[in-house]
Design a protein around this ligand. Structure first.
Ligand SMILES: [Zn+2]
Length: 79
């Protein structure tokens, strides 16, 4: 299961290489974010610029894709 080594977050991660939405007044920092439960199971994903293909690829390769902690912004994630 994913865990942020910096803050201990196990639930909220984002994909650093998914495309983000077009710049707006309040751009989302990540194109794709995901929520996990305490067992490390992916519960849901939020596409904020990523396509469904991006989301599907991320779902199939979670440990490579979700490499940013959305709690502290760190990228030191262990799986
Ligand atoms: Zn963190």
């Amino acid at each position: 299961m994913p865990r942020c080594k910096i803050c201990g977050n196990k639930r909220n991660f984002a994909c650093s290489f998914a495309p983000t939405a077009a710049p707006t007044a309040n751009p989302q920092p990540y194109g794709l974010a995901a929520n996990f439960d305490n067992q490390g199971t992916l519960l849901d994903m939020e596409c904020m610029g990523a396509s469904l293909d991006d989301a599907q690829a991320a779902f199939e390769n979670q440990s490579n894709c979700f490499d940013i902690c959305t709690n502290c912004g760190g990228n030191d994630i262990v799986w």
